[in-house]
Design a protein around this ligand. Structure first.
Ligand SMILES: [Zn+2]
Length: 551
């Protein structure tokens, strides 16, 4: 038996099995069952969303030998002939094809005659806006005084071009693009019916590439089956489509946020050798940035944006949403959409892509400062910059070339695991907090406190009254333990709740973050693309507050 293309084999034969057009199906079903039928329908919608399929089901519903109903039997000779495309009273015409004008006019003029075998003569005219003037007039004549035995189903991808004289005589239905989720589920039904193995990501890729068209999705599936010699898998589908897949871009995003430059380079090389499209990779990154940002406001919203995302991918995205700042999510979107436009200017797409990723590393508030010669600020915030440096040194150990960290001048080089209290002054508290490696509430508590005294065995901290709620036994205990580990001496922590505490790690951290952003901005000021990004942040450089570090 010869191979039948899936789109034809799986063309829905009943309203129930139609994919993604619930509103239209409900209206038509209701009209059929209540026997309140209009004589002309206009179906609008992009290619492959089901216009012809609906017309055929409607023709069966009207002509089924079992009587007019929303569920034609499918087995009588009328139903079967309509399915097979050879029912004399169901006339399908495509105004965009080059079928002879005369023939069309003739077919339309025959509308006046009674049907030969059926109850109704049903005309399906696809791309009706392209009818020739002559054929159009022939149709209009019938539309104006429709005989009871004639039904028109007009379809178009371009409703703007339909004359108002036609629009006013038709009941219009707008067919929606089928959502990726609906497509994925339909494809999975089809593959199960065909007994072909697949994975969810492969179907998601096809569904997205199909752009809301069931027919296109099934044609792509046909190709994927042929390409994969009977199995449909994500790798091979993404190769066939020449697209990157979302998981790949998720791990790119992961590397970006972690500042892992070697992973970024490695992944870019892999994409180039797999001949994946860097354009679609940037598209995917932009989409992910949207979902990422949405997740930062509301996890469910972000997940919905990518309803077809596999569960583990969604979990990864939500984790990344916590690790990345809201402005940085904006930056990712800005840089990748701009890079996509600039791709044609790049020496080659791979380098254009890589450079966009490096640009994102450069402007990352956490990594940017490390990657460039360190500009230093006026003395009042000098401490914050040094503590930022030591923090950056730690977090970006992965992206550091060994030589790189030596270039960074730092007043406090990272201390050994255990350090005596004598090496610290109360003013070193913010830096000390950074080195303690605390998490969660304990970290909050430490960051919002200022150190009053620091001696072997006891650390006295001032906590502002505004942050009194941070004072919880578990957090105090974890902080005490971390200090004990740090100093190698059993250390107790005592808190005084006060009105004014002076400079805390939290305040410095906030300043440092702003400073790091400014530093990054200054270092890349000459880049016109980044210049535009600055606008997004409304960042300002304060004259004289920044000068390059000597040494
Ligand atoms: Zn029937």
């Amino acid at each position: 038996m010869s191979y039948q293309v899936l789109a034809r084999k799986w063309r829905p034969k009943t309203f129930d099995s139609l994919v993604g057009q619930d509103a239209v199906v409900r209206a038509l079903t209701h009209a059929l069952d209540a026997n309140r039928l209009h004589h002309a329908y206009l179906l609008t919608g992009t290619r492959g969303v089901g216009k012809t399929t609906i017309a055929r089901i409607l023709a069966k519903a009207l002509n089924c030998e079992q009587g007019v109903s929303s569920s034609p039997c499918g087995v009588c000779s009328a139903c079967q002939q309509i399915d097979a495309g050879r029912f004399v009273d169901y006339i399908e015409m495509d105004a965009a094809s080059n079928r002879g004008v005369d023939e069309m006019v003739q077919l339309l003029e025959q509308a006046a005659f009674m049907p030969s075998v059926g109850r109704y003569k049903v005309y399906m005219i696809d791309e009706v806006h392209q009818l020739t003037a002559h054929a159009f007039n022939a149709m209009l004549k019938t539309l104006e005084e429709p005989p009871a035995h004639v039904k028109f189903i007009l379809a178009t991808t371009d409703p703007q071009k339909i004359l108002v004289t036609v629009l006013s005589r038709c009941l219009q239905f707008n067919l929606r693009q089928v959502s990726p989720m609906q497509l994925t589920s339909h494809l999975s039904t089809v593959l199960a019916g065909e007994g072909i193995q697949t994975d969810a990501k492969a179907l998601e890729l096809i569904a997205r590439a199909a752009g809301g068209s069931v027919r296109d999705a099934l044609s792509l599936l046909d190709q994927a089956i042929a390409h994969g010699a009977g199995v449909v898998q994500a790798d091979q589908v993404s190769q066939m489509l020449g697209t990157s897949n979302l998981s790949r871009m998720l791990s790119m995003l992961d590397a970006l946020i972690a500042g892992d430059v070697s992973s970024i380079r490695e992944q870019t090389h892999q994409m180039a050798s797999a001949a994946l499209s860097f354009e679609s990779a940037l598209d995917d990154l932009a989409r992910l940035a949207v979902a990422l940002q949405l997740m930062q406001f509301d996890v469910a919203e972000g997940a919905q944006e990518f309803s077809s995302l596999a569960e583990d991918d969604a979990a990864q995205l939500s984790r990344l949403a916590c690790q990345c700042s809201r402005p940085y999510a904006q930056l990712i979107y800005q840089v990748v959409t701009r890079a996509r436009a600039d791709l044609r200017l790049a020496p080659d797409p791979a380098h254009g892509f890589l450079m966009a990723m490096l640009r994102l590393l450069t402007v990352h508030p956490g990594h940017g400062a490390v990657a460039q010669p360190m500009p230093v600020v006026a003395s009042s915030v000098a401490t914050s910059v040094t503590s930022a440096q030591s923090a950056a040194q730690k977090t970006s150990a992965k992206m550091d070339e060994p030589a790189m960290s030596h270039k960074i001048p730092s007043a406090h080089s990272a201390p050994a695991a255990q350090t005596a209290t004598s090496t610290f002054e109360p003013t070193d508290w913010p830096q000390l907090v950074d080195e303690l490696g605390l998490k969660g509430m304990a970290r909050e508590l430490a960051q919002h406190s200022a150190c009053r005294s620091l001696a072997d065995g006891e650390v006295v901290l001032n906590l502002p009254a505004t942050h009194r709620q941070l004072l919880m036994p578990a957090s105090e205990q974890r902080l005490a333990q971390a200090l004990t580990d740090k100093f190698g001496v059993q250390t107790r922590v005592r808190f005084d709740v006060v009105e004014q505490v002076g400079v805390t790690a939290a305040v410095l951290k906030k300043e440092a973050a702003e400073e790091r952003m400014n530093n990054a901005v200054a270092a890349i000021e000459s880049d016109p693309v980044v210049q535009e990004l600055i606008d997004v942040f409304d960042a300002k450089l304060i004259d004289g507050s920044i000068r390059p570090l000597v040494g």
